[in-house]
Design a protein around this ligand. Sequence first.
Ligand code: ADP
Ligand code: MG
Length: 699
Amino acid sequence: MPDLQTEIKFLAGVGPQKAEVLNKEAQIFTLEDLLYYFPFRYVDRTKFYKVSELTGDMPNVQLRGVIRNFVSAGEGRKQRLTAQFADDSGTLELIWFQGIKWVKQNIKSGNEYVIFGKPNVYGSKLNIAHPEIEEISTNEAKPSALEAAYNTTEKMKSKFLNSKAILKLQTALFKLPDLLIPETLPAYFLKKHNLMNLTEALFQVHFPEDLQKLKKARFRIKFEELFYLQLNILSQKLNRNEKSKGFVFSKVGDFFNDFYTKNLPFPLTEAQKRVLKEIRRDFGSGKQCNRLLQGDVGSGKTLVALMAMLIAADNGFQSALMAPTEILAQQHFESLSVFLKGLDIRVALLTGSSKTKIRRKLHEELESGQIHILIGTHALIEDVVVFKNLGLAIIDEQHRFGVEQRSKLWRKNTLPPHIVVMTATPIPRTLAMTVYGDLEVSVIDELPPGRKPVKTVHAYDSQRLRVFKFLREQIAFGRQIYIVYPLITESENFDYKDLEDGLESISRVFPPPEFALSVVHGRMKPEEKDKAMQLFVKGITQIMIATTVIEVGVNVPNASVMIIENAERFGLSQMHQLRGRVGRGADQSYCILMTPFKLSKEARLRINTMCATNDGFEISEVDMKMRGPGDMQGTQQSGIPMTLRMANLATDGDLVQLVRDAANEVLKSDPTLELFENQILQKQLKKHFRKPQNWETIS
Ligand code: ADP
Ligand code: MG
């Protein structure tokens, strides 16, 4: 009885040579791999087009007509073969560059065939290159109107493994006598969620009887993929919660109360209050807090972080606040110091550029417990940094930190400290549920009152003079301006205006002494950057010319204009993050996206999205749909261990919630998946997530 793990070379029609190509080009090693090599689309083989109906922008079409007038031209690699194809509406040209011998031997001039391929327009003439050709008779015996089409590479095609051939292999596979496809979900589960069984689903995916059945089959397979992802994450989380004790912060004391009554400069937003409550609940639970704090740019995450750290201090624990860059750490240090003025709490800053002497003293004070809050870059997770009693670690703008770096924090105390991860910009819910699925999620979905939404406009480079005029007006009002360039480069291949060019023209338009500029880019030393930044923060310079190093966190409320140069080269979340640098004060702020006139479709969509909305959650959804979940910030480090072959986190969002509920339900009645009826689940989890992931050390 053939088993799914049987090597592919044993399948009829494969053999060692083709097997090697399938291994290398499509990662198909076993019968199972072939079974899960899914079609990327389906073509309707019941529909025949007429030549007169064709246009150059059609996908593959099927035609029926006579092939004649074969003409060979060229020699060797330039060799080609053409023929005329005609139906009763017109003619087009067929072209072959490869496999010419086969065509000449097998296609008879003057006979009628069914052809299938993508029409192209060349000049005013239509042609189809490398059409699939069938004799009329075989075509009529089609079992299914919807025919599966498979991705194949050039190498595969050259070994006669085109889409059609893959379909033939699938046919051979399903014809194997006694082929056993073990079910991968429990029977009760299939029934409960009204899912097709696996054998049927796989068959329908490769040989759909009709659209309805295909839809059901695809649903079943996607459901399963996403379900096991969630089951894995949620059972790990359950497991960890069972085991991981956390420090109990039972009280709110003087540090918190003094701050709240004396120093808090404005009332908290309702969202900030709610999130703080959620964090406090975790702190009191006896379990370790592992929380993702999502909030749009400027929603006031830092303040929430500070208040959580004050609760830690009230309970005799130290806190660490980790930022991705020195500039940001510095700024956190300064703004927290202002918030905490007059209170009896010690905040210290530790970065890579802290001097040895200062650093040594810092280490001492940390070990003795004199310092309550330590702010820094990843310098603070180095092993030499020893806390007396670290109880809370807050990670700002989390995507810059790898999983490994985060896990270092766990070893800093007898029990792992509570962990709050803050995102720089929102990430879509479905992605959060999957990538950070083992964290609790809090959302600040409200901006502090009185903020005027930033006005965003798109301007072409040709409108630059008007933009400069606008900037002069803003500066005359006492406002400050950011001008951001994509990157600093000397590559001649780029005709992009990089920062250096930009700087030259900006200094010509805004000359001293009337105007003063700050420049910050990635190649500067931290101290230089800091100096330039400080001049801008203090209002001594009016224009900050920078690369994306200022992307995250910087807070200069008086800055009211953000110019993004070559905006077509920026990603959506990056632009949104940059725009978040303005609109922080009471003044109307502006974001101007500068681009050349000619834009790709994608770039235009990004720019239009930016102009249409200020909502980071909305933008992150568009971003994920455009780029696919794999390229979103944070996913690379997350290491989703199971690849999704059919489901898509960007487009199957509703399903993610559904399967998460289903997984939660299973775990609720059987937390360790020990019941007999759940044996399959246990087994599949092991199979998909074979490498034991050490999630317990990952925050
Ligand atoms: P982000 O969530 O992007 O990190 P920040 O924490 O930097 O945002 O906050 C942005 C600005 O809003 C800061 O200047 C902060 O002091 C201010 N802020 C925070 N909370 C409030 C509030 N409840 N009311 C008014 N201003 C607030
Ligand atoms: Mg922030």
